[in-house]
Ligand binder design. Sequence first.
Ligand SMILES: Cc1cc2nc3c(=O)[nH]c(=O)nc-3n(C[C@H](O)[C@H](O)[C@H](O)COP(=O)(O)OP(=O)(O)OC[C@H]3O[C@@H](n4cnc5c(N)ncnc54)[C@H](O)[C@@H]3O)c2cc1C
Length: 446
Amino acid sequence: MYDAIIIGAGYAGLSAARQLKRTGKNILVLEARERVGGRIHTQFLNDGNYADIGGQWIGATQNRMYELAREYGIDTFPTYDSGKSSLYAKEKIKLYKGIIPPLPLFALLNLDGAIKKINRLSKTIDLDRPWISPNAAVLDKMTLSEWLDRHLKNEKARQLFTVAAEAIFATDATTISMLHVLFYTKSGKDFDTLMNIKKGAQQDRLKGGAQSIALQMAGELTDCIQFNKAVTHIDQSGETVLAGGDGFSFTAKKIILAVPPAVARKIIFSQELPEQKKLFLHQNFMGSVIKCYAVYPTPFWRQQGKNGLCAAPGQPISVTFDNSPADGNKGILMGFALAESARNLLLLSEQERRKIVLSNFAAYFGTEAASPELYLDKSFTEEPWSMGCYAGMMPVNGWTVSGPAARSITGHIHWAGTETATQWNGYMEGAVRSGERAAAEVRQVI
Ligand SMILES: Cc1cc2nc3c(=O)[nH]c(=O)nc-3n(C[C@H](O)[C@H](O)[C@H](O)COP(=O)(O)OP(=O)(O)OC[C@H]3O[C@@H](n4cnc5c(N)ncnc54)[C@H](O)[C@@H]3O)c2cc1C
């Protein structure tokens, strides 16, 4: 009989487990995979370099992630952004400085105005209870796409906004509620912070990969974690709560469920969850993204004065970054296929995807980009313990209908995971904060 069982060893579950263990609680962590990190997975290459095939960046105001990196002696390094960014449109490259590509004056004003309006509106959102924010019911009935129809009429501006929005949300503007967009924006400070490299969410990378903090956390928990233990049912019919799966069952006073809502849906709860909680688990849906990597002997684009950032509206790979190692001993380009493009590319074989992705890279950075030493791509959509990425999003009538259940405690079950976070919802930072919040809830009652 444990004080608490934590289900899921992603950043949320590990943060919760670490806090409880440090206060002397008898805990058990059950993880379905054979590794920790969840949606964070650092894949090492033969030459000692690595690719973060899940999440990778930390940035401005993500204080818990920086504190954890310092605590475990893990260095960060800035995302490479010296030189010019590229815009690929009408089969031509235009180079520009900064994050917003060159646009005709009216388009630029329209884009700038829309971003400023989103920032202004997002300031009115109540992060703890988005559904009580001013005008919440109206905003929650509207998709981002519908809002853009009214506020971003210039076609070029809209195309570029779509590149940024899909890179931030990993889903189509037609699928997310405007209330969620505003909540998410404020949760990560503002739209500029979500978009930017410097002073933004893409500012820094972790030396050794984004999984390194998770591995250090797991080092503190070696006697408490059990791998390949997918929990399939939870029974809280008595005074205690039982988590069971294929060939195992364990009992505890409390459970912290730290898995994405879409994945929690698959668990059988012996007592039906409250209706609103069931709705939240069903409404919150995962985005779609494929991270595509090409490794070259050198970051050759830097010699062309390019920083590796390319925005390419309407292309299968709509945005790229320089993901080379800190010392530049290799050149690594990383491109995102997002939303509908991701879903379309996932219908193809890896060989077919490789051809399309490298042809995009060559169009953006020259023919040298067509022949990397290594190509790899990864989507978490087909992984049963993630079911998509980057994170769970809210559709129209999501927050106002089931939002109040997002973090509500159900009997002995406490809920963690980045989708339950108020700050940096959808990011590692949000996952850590949610785990620490759930651990504090449990500590109050055991
Ligand atoms: C491609 C991609 C790019 C991203 N980029 C960034 C980025 O640059 N910066 C950033 O901050 N964030 C990024 N993210 C988002 C970030 O990865 C997540 O917000 C964060 O890792 C979520 O952590 P979590 O602990 O809430 O959930 P998860 O990491 O999903 O952890 C849940 C864990 O629970 C386990 N599990 C699931 N079901 C069960 C079960 N039934 N029984 C037992 N165990 C179970 C899973 O195996 C997993 O280990 C990205 C994500 C992806 C996929």
